[in-house]
Design a protein around this ligand. Structure first.
Ligand code: VGL
Ligand code: ZN
Length: 202
């Protein structure tokens, strides 16, 4: 085995984030070919899956009168209220059928607690409840991560910032990501990632 394996973290390439899905990201399905190619090139391969119970606190439908894409304040801070998406057990929560899920070593699910959202693959949106991914990567001897997937300005960004804070060397392959871009959130995310030492490539 390579002494210091590099890990590829593939964020949320699920039907609901692809064209036709409940929270479709423009061009979300265009990244399947590059992501599948990258999956061949890494020693450690992790997929994440956004995985919400019906009635999740991040859904606008759980907040009477709230419009999708509005922002509210929850006990752990600001939260965008989303259309219902990635509900456990639904087709929208499944990985895109063209994603080579067989290549993955680990699938990490996040956002399964009704009261707290989880954009990051490492911590829920309270920034303290861990998903367990850090322990997995450390025990496999990983110190360098490449992140790809959906969406650049939400789950990819939060994962990249947490990973940098945890001490990993982090690269985001922008050619294998697509963004939601709510009110300039893509440029803000790129700026925050660069400031945290994340390398933006592609
Ligand atoms: C995501 C919004 C809500 C993402 C997940 O994967 O970027 N965005 N849940
Ligand atoms: Zn979600």
């Amino acid at each position: 085995m390579h002494p210091t394996p590099d890990a590829l973290i593939v964020i949320d390439i699920q039907n609901d984030f692809c064209p036709g899905g409940a929270l479709a990201v423009a061009g979300g399905d265009e990244i399947l070919a590059p992501v599948n190619a990258l999956l061949e090139a890494y020693q450690v391969k992790v997929l994440t899956q956004d995985w919400h119970p019906a009635g999740h606190g991040s859904f606008a439908s759980s907040h009477p009168g709230a419009a999708p894409f509005s922002v509210t304040t929850l006990p752990y801070g600001e939260q965008v209220l989303w259309p219902d998406h990635c509900v456990i057990g639904t087709k929208g929560a499944d990985f895109h059928p063209d994603l080579n899920t067989d290549a993955a070593d680990l699938i990490i699910r996040k956002g399964f607690r009704a009261g707290v959202d989880s954009y990051s693959a490492f911590f829920e949106n309270d920034h303290e409840t861990p998903t367990g991914l850090d322990g997995y990567l450390r025990t496999r001897g990983v110190s360098r991560l490449t992140l790809v997937g959906l969406a650049t300005d939400f789950c990819v960004q939060y994962s990249a910032l947490d990973a940098a804070r945890l001490g990993y060397d982090v690269t985001v392959r922008e050619d294998a990501c697509r963004a939601i871009d709510l009110d300039g959130s893509l440029e803000a995310a790129r700026k925050a990632m660069r400031a945290a030492g994340v390398v933006l490539e592609g």
